[in-house]
Write a protein that binds this ligand. Structure first.
Ligand SMILES: C[S@@+](CC[C@H](N)C(=O)[O-])C[C@H]1O[C@@H](n2cnc3c(N)ncnc32)[C@H](O)[C@@H]1O
Length: 207
C-alpha cells in the first residue's frame, strides 16, 4: 500500500507524513498525532453513541487513540480498524496491546474504499481526520455504506468545530467541500446530520 494518490478535496498529491505515515517521519508523525488528536477523539466518542455489543469499524486509525477509548470506555463487542500504513498498524497495536491480544481489537491494512469487510458486518463506522485524504470521496462512502448494517451509523469527522485549535484552523475544510461531503452522504444514506463539536466538524449518517 505504498501508492500516493491525490486527495479529492485538494486535487493535489498527499505527501504529509501525517496523511501518509511511512518510515521514521511517519512514526514521529504518529507520536505527535497521539497527543494532538485527543480532543477530537473525545468529541467523536460522544457522537458515536456506542451501545453494548456493537461491532465498530474505525477507518484510518493512525496511532490508535480512538481505538483505545473504544476498548476502554465502551462495551463494544468487536472493534476493527483499517489503515493503509504499516507503521500506524504497529503503533496502534502497541497502544492497544491487551485488547488486540484478547481478540477484541483487530487491526488490518486497508483503505476507506477497500476495507476488506463483509457486507453489513458492522453497526458503527467512524473516521477521524482522514476523509479529506481519501482519493475518491464517493467510492469511500459507498464502501462504508456497504459494510454498515441497515439502521447502523457512519460518523465522519474532520478538523474544525466551534473551538478549533491552531492545527484545526489551518486544516479545516472550506464550506463547499463540507457541502460536498454532506451531498454525497445524502445520495446513499437515509438520514444525514452535520454537527459542529468542539474540535471537529462531524457528519452522522444512518443507513
Ligand atoms: C491525520 S491521520 C489521523 C489518524 C487518527 N484518525 C487520529 O485522529 O489520530 C490520517 C490517517 O489516515 C490514514 N489514511 C490515509 N489514506 C487513507 C485512506 N484512503 N483510507 C483510510 N485511511 C487512510 C493514514 O495512514 C493516517 O493514519
Amino acid at each position: 500500500m505504498a501508492s500516493n494518490p491525490a486527495s479529492w478535496a485538494t486535487g493535489g498529491p498527499v505527501t504529509s507524513p501525517f496523511a501518509r505515515p511511512r518510515g521514521m517521519r511517519g512514526r514521529a508523525a504518529g507520536r505527535f498525532m497521539w497527543w494532538t488528536n485527543k480532543q477530537h477523539q473525545e468529541d467523536v466518542l460522544g457522537a458515536l453513541d456506542i451501545r453494548p455489543q456493537d461491532r465498530v469499524l474505525e477507518v484510518g486509525y493512525g496511532p490508535g487513540g480512538l481505538l483505545r477509548l473504544l476498548a476502554t470506555r465502551t462495551e463494544a463487542a468487536v472493534i476493527r480498524g483499517v489503515d493503509p500504513s504499516a507503521e500506524m498498524r504497529a503503533a496502534a497495536t502497541r497502544a492497544n496491546r491487551a485488547a488486540v491480544r484478547a481478540g477484541r481489537v483487530t487491526l488490518g491494512l486497508g483503505t476507506a474504499d477497500r476495507t476488506g469487510l463483509a457486507d453489513q458486518s458492522v453497526d458503527r463506522v467512524v473516521s477521524v481526520n482522514n476523509v479529506a485524504i481519501w482519493p475518491d470521496l464517493e467510492a469511500g462512502l459507498r464502501e462504508l455504506h456497504r459494510v454498515v448494517r441497515p439502521g447502523g451509523t457512519v460518523v465522519i469527522a474532520w478538523h474544525g468545530g466551534y473551538s478549533p485549535g491552531r492545527i484545526a484552523r489551518r486544516l479545516r475544510l472550506p464550506g463547499d467541500k463540507l457541502d460536498r461531503i454532506e451531498d454525497a452522504l445524502r445520495k446513499i444514506f437515509g438520514e444525514v446530520t452535520r454537527i459542529e463539536l468542539r474540535s471537529v466538524d462531524v457528519f452522522k449518517a444512518v443507513r
